[in-house]
Design a protein around this ligand. Structure first.
Ligand code: GDP
Ligand code: IMO
Ligand code: MG
Length: 435
C-alpha cells in the first residue's frame, strides 16, 4: 500500500496522532504537509504520553523517515523546543527528520498580526491558536513579504529581514493609528527590531541546518521506488480553507484535497485514505457547531474525554456526532475507511443522539451548507440510539463490545457510507480494535 493518508473529518483533534503512530509500523516515511504549530497530536506509547506539534507522529520508530514538507508553515523556535523535549525523553532525532527548504517561516510579525486581526471584522472572533499561521500563509500567497526556510541560508537574508520588518512596522503603525484604544490589545505597540530578529533567526537556522533539504524531490524519488508513505493531516476537513466552515477555518487545505499540494506527491499515488472521527463532536475556537451541547451532557463528554486543547488548553466545545458534517467531509476527503475514536467516552450515557439532518428555515436538508449563515441557523434532526453502561477501555475484539456500542458504530458507518476499520477505546496504542 504505497500511499496512505490520515485525515481528520471533523474540526480537528480527532486523535489522528494515535492512528498515525499505529500505522507507522507499516510505513517507511511519514509526512506532515500542511498547517504548523497550531496542531497538537498526542501519542501514548508504553505508558508514556508525547505531544507533537510540528514533528510527524512517526518519530517514535527510529527506522521511519519523518518529513515536514513544503506546505507546512514552520516556527523555528517551536520546532527546536519540540526536538529538545523529545530528545530529553529519549527519542532519537537526527537524520530521521527532514524539513523542506520550501516551507515558509513564521516570524514575530505573523504572531502580532494573528492577535491584531482576531478581533477585527467578525462579530464572533475566529479564535485562532495565535501561532501566526494565517498571517504566514497570507505572506506566502502574497509572495513579496515571504521568507522560506531555504532563504535563511542565503546572503540576502539580512536585507530581506530589514526590508520586511520595515514594511510591517509601517503597517502596524498605520493600524494602531486607525483603531481607537479600546480596540487595541497588548502587544500592538511592539516595534520590530530587524537586527535582533536577524540574529535570533540566524541562530535558529544554524541549529536547523542538518534537517533542511528538498523534500519534494526526496518524495518523488520515494514514489518512484514504491516506498510506503503515510501522510499525516493536521486539523480537520471542516477547517479546510476552501471547503470548510469559512471564515471559521484554518489557513490551509486541511481536508484530503491538501495532500498533494502540500507534499508535492501526485494524487494518484494515494491508495488509501483513512478518515478519523471522534464518536462525538468537538470544536475549539469560534464558528457554528450545530450539535454542540452547552449543557450537562457536553460537560460529561468534556470531563470523560479530557477535552481541553493540546496546544492552547482551551476547553473544547462538545456535542453529539454530526453525520451530516462527517458524510460531507468523508466525501470531500475521498475517504476509503473510517476510524472511530474515543468510543469509551460515551460509556454510561443512557441514550445517544446522532444528527442525521438539519432543519434550516423550516426546510429539512441532508447536505452540509456552504454558507456560514445557513450553518448558524441549522437545527439538528436527531436519531436516538440506546447507550451502554459497561466500561470498554480493556476490550480488544469487536465482538466483545456491548451490543449497543456495536449498533452505534454500525449506524455511523451506514450514515457516512464507508466501512469502519478501527475503533479506539482509550489513548494507548493497545486500546485499539482493528477489524
Ligand atoms: P489529534 O490532534 O487529532 O492528534 O488529537 P489530539 O491529540 O489533539 O486529541 C486527542 C486526545 O484523545 C489525546 O489526548 C489522545 O491521547 C486521546 N485519545 C486518543 N484516542 C483515545 C480513545 O480512544 N479514548 C480516549 N479516552 N482518549 C483517546
Ligand atoms: P490538530 O492537528 C483543533 C482551529 C483553531 C481556530 C481555527 C483557526 O491538533 O487537530 P489557526 O491558528 O489555525 O489560524 O486557527 O482552527 N484549529 C484547530 N482546532 N485542532 C487543531 O489541530 C487545530 N488547528 C487549528 O482553534 O478555531
Ligand atoms: Mg490536536
Amino acid at each position: 500500500m504505497p500511499g496512505t493518508a490520515i485525515i481528520g473529518l471533523q474540526w480537528g483533534d480527532e486523535a489522528k496522532g494515535k492512528i498515525v503512530d499505529l500505522l507507522t509500523e507499516q510505513n517507511e516515511i511519514v509526512v506532515r504537509y500542511q498547517g504548523g504549530a497550531n496542531a497538537g497530536h498526542t501519542v501514548v506509547a508504553n505508558g508514556k504520553k508525547f505531544k507533537l506539534s510540528l514533528i510527524p507522529s512517526g518519530i517514535f520508530r527510529p527506522k521511519v523517515q519523518c518529513l515536514i514538507a513544503g506546505g507546512v508553515v514552520l516556527d523555528p523556535a517551536s520546532i527546536l523546543k519540540e526536538i529538545d523535549g523529545l530528545v530529553k525523553q529519549g527519542i532519537k532525532i537526527d537524520r530521521n527528520l527532514m524539513i523542506s527548504d520550501r516551507a515558509h517561516v513564521i516570524f514575530p510579525w505573523h504572531k502580532i498580526a494573528d492577535r491584531m486581526f482576531n478581533n477585527i471584522g467578525n462579530d464572533e472572533p475566529i479564535g485562532t491558536t495565535m501561532r501566526g499561521i494565517g498571517p504566514c500563509y497570507e505572506d506566502k500567497v502574497g509572495r513579496a513579504l515571504a521568507i522560506r526556510v531555504g532563504d535563511l541560508y542565503k546572503p540576502g537574508f539580512k536585507n530581506q529581514i530589514e526590508h520586511i520588518a520595515g514594511v510591517k512596522n509601517q503597517l502596524f503603525l498605520g493600524l494602531t493609528n486607525h483603531f481607537d484604544h479600546t480596540m487595541r490589545i497588548s502587544g500592538w505597540d511592539i516595534e520590530l527590531e530587524a537586527e535582533s530578529i536577524y540574529k535570533e533567526y540566524s541562530g535558529y537556522a544554524e541549529q536547523l541546518r542538518p534537517y533542511v533539504t528538498d523534500t519534494t524531490n526526496y518524495l518523488l524519488d520515494a514514489v518512484d521506488a514504491d516506498k510506503r508513505i503515510l501522510f499525516e493531516g493536521a486539523q480537520g476537513s471542516l477547517l479546510d480553507i476552501d471547503h470548510g466552515t469559512f471564515p471559521y477555518v484554518t489557513s490551509s487545505n486541511s481536508s484530503g484535497v491538501g495532500i498533494s499540494g502540500g507534499s508535492g506527491v501526485p494524487p494518484h499515488f494515494l491508495k488509501k485514505i483513512v478518515g478519523i472521527v471522534k464518536a462525538y463532536t468537538t470544536r475549539v475556537g469560534g464558528g457554528p457547531c450545530p450539535t454542540e451541547q452547552n449543557n450537562e451532557i457536553g460537560q460529561q463528554i468534556r470531563d470523560r474525554g479530557n477535552e481541553y486543547g493540546t496546544v492552547t488548553k482551551r476547553p473544547r466545545r462538545c456535542g453529539w456526532f454530526d453525520a451530516v458534517a462527517v458524510r460531507y467531509s468523508a466525501r470531500l476527503s475521498g475517504v476509503d475507511v473510517i476510524s472511530v475514536m474515543l468510543l469509551d467516552v460515551l460509556s454510561g450515557i443512557d441514550s445517544l443522539k446522532i444528527c442525521t439532518g438539519y432543519e434550516i428555515e423550516g426546510q429539512q436538508v441532508t447536505h452540509f451548507p456552504s454558507q456560514i449563515d445557513d450553518l448558524r441557523k441549522a437545527v439538528p434532526i436527531y436519531e436516538t440510539l440506546p447507550g451502554w453502561k459497561e466500561e470498554i477501555t480493556g476490550i480488544t475484539k469487536y465482538n466483545d463490545l456491548p451490543e449497543n456500542a456495536k449498533r452505534y458504530i454500525k449506524r455511523i458507518a451506514e450514515l457516512i457510507g464507508k466501512p469502519v476499520e478501527i475503533v479506539s477505546v482509550g489513548p494507548d496504542r493497545l486500546q485499539t480494535i482493528i477489524f
